[in-house]
Ligand binder design. Structure first.
Ligand code: ADQ
Length: 456
């Protein structure tokens, strides 16, 4: 059987005992343990002089191959083009897009370097699975080096409509690069349609059945593969986690108040500033809730060396202080804002304690926190998910209270509905979402992508 070669910007920690946190890491680790193969990517290290070497380490059926980035590549490729150009562009946030020619030059250079290093490790029948916006050109670079393998790409973040994408000078280069893959995977049907709209209207290509398309002299297929979680494993973790000291202390500190919980990376795509505004509107318009509800937002800093991320942090600190200053009482703090990270095992206990899961990104590829919140609930007394209509997860989670995150009054109404919901309605909504999570779990995601990549 052919090997699987996975390429992603970061490679999960190799040391045993270290947790592989995100969905990507868990799914890739599993696929590789089953099939055997290579996981290639950036080691997370930066060097300032000399050149970087690929380091390999084999554990069981998996060879981890990682390389460091030169400082200038880290600046232009990672901080620059990936996180200051593509991330805001693909999340429809044009006001944050920073465009410098040196960024795209660095992006191309790193992708070519990755392709060159990987090229020497490839066998002709390897299946290659490339992940995310950092590595869009990698497949095409490998093709130019003569590799004829099946190569697939999965985009973890949204894909913008053509009118937005074309505001980036490199749009044709990006889409042409995507066309070199045998399969291009997206989180939702909406993303697939945005991509195919570009193929039709900008690239002048043709679109056939089941996402098959032809453009720039290539034939390929685009499809949605919504990423999932393992809901029953999470449910078991949550049931254990409510007995931990930290969760018990959280429950004690609430003294009977209803908890609203939000857990996000500190990122402008997550809509935290408007989420804080909506909570303030709730306290303003529903005075009976004052003193009876607590909102805890966990948001550890991410990418803090990118300017727009420093700005969002300052905004949120200001708003949190304002809300607490305006409403707090000697025995009640309305908002707990925590700039730190927690282990997932611990988070599941917090999720199970919360009456409301508050997930209102302005745009999100999927949002696994929404799914983890649902899976963590007590089936007898489940909480309610208040979910942005612009999270990829909204396409699947029909039992959520769906809100428009740009409309803070609408969001405040959603919170109020969630807090007042009867246990019968909560159970029915939860059961419907849980069955979707079970049917589309993380194993189903990787199996369907790999089936498609094998051309079946
Ligand atoms: P992220 O933007 O990181 O991922 P998300 O899917 O919500 O967003 O979270 C990924 C993982 O990180 C989850 O397992 C979550 O529990 C964990 N996490 C998030 N915030 C945390 C916090 N404050 N403390 C501890 N853990 C936290 C990108 C895309 C998403 C897509 C995923 C997977 O932006 O849209 O769902 O990839 O494809």
């Amino acid at each position: 059987m052919s090997r699987l070669v996975v390429v992603s910007n970061r490679v999960a920690p190799i040391q045993e005992g270290k947790t592989t946190s995100g969905g990507l890491a868990v799914a890739v680790q599993e696929a590789l343990s089953e099939i055997g193969g290579v996981w290639f990517g950036w080691s997370g290290e930066i060097y300032t002089s000399g050149s970087g070497r690929v380091t390999t380490e084999t554990k069981g059926k998996i060879t981890y191959a990682t390389m460091p980035l030169a400082r200038r590549d880290y600046d232009a490729f990672y901080k620059g083009y990936a996180n200051a150009t593509l991330w805001p562009l693909f999340h429809y946030r044009m006001e944050f897009v920073e465009y410098h020619r040196s960024y795209v030059v660095g992006y191309r250079r790193v992708n070519e370097e990755f392709a060159g290093r990987l090229s020497t490790m490839l066998e002709s029948d390897d299946l290659i699975w490339v992940h995310d916006y950092h590595l869009i050109p990698l497949g095409r670079d490998l093709r130019m080096m003569g590799h004829r393998n099946r190569i697939g790409f999965f985009l973890h973040i949204p894909f913008p409509p053509p009118d937005l994408l074309t505001s980036c000078s490199d749009h044709a280069y990006l889409v042409q690069s995507l066309c070199a893959y045998d399969v291009v995977g997206f989180q939702t049907e909406n993303d697939v349609q945005n991509f195919l709209a570009y193929i039709r209207t900008v690239a002048g290509g043709t679109v056939g059945r089941n996402g098959r398309f032809e453009a720039y002299g290539e034939k390929s297929r685009a499809a949605a593969f919504p990423i999932g979680i393992y809901p029953d494993q999470l449910a078991a973790q949550a049931a254990d986690s409510v007995r931990t000291r930290q969760t018990r202390r959280l429950v004690e500190s609430l003294a009977g108040k209803d908890l609203i919980v939000g857990v996000d990376r500190l990122d402008y795509s997550k809509g935290l500033d408007r989420r804080f505004d909506a909570y303030e509107t709730l306290l303003e318009t529903a005075p009976s809730l004052r003193g009876h509800v607590t909102y805890m937002q966990i948001a550890p800093p991410s990418r803090s060396d990118v300017q727009s991320y420093r700005a969002i942090r300052e905004t949120l600190e200001g708003k949190a202080g304002h809300i607490n200053g305006r409403f707090a009482e000697f025995d009640w703090m309305p908002l707990r804002y925590l700039n730190k990270s927690f282990q997932r095992e611990q988070l599941t206990g917090f999720f199970r304690t919360a009456r409301v899961g508050f997930v209102t990104p302005l745009r999100d590829g999927m949002n696994l926190v929404a799914k983890e919140y649902v899976a963590s609930q007590n089936p007898e007394d489940p909480g309610v998910l208040v979910l942005s209509q612009f999270a990829g997860a909204a396409a699947e989670l029909d039992g959520a209270v769906t809100v428009n995150p740009y409309d803070t009054e609408y969001v405040a109404d959603g919170l109020q509905r969630a807090l007042a919901m009867s246990v019968e309605e909560r159970r029915a909504r939860w059961a419907s979402m849980m069955s979707v999570l079970r049917a589309n779990d993380l194993g189903a995601w990787r199996r369907s992508f790999l089936r498609s990549l094998r051309g079946r």
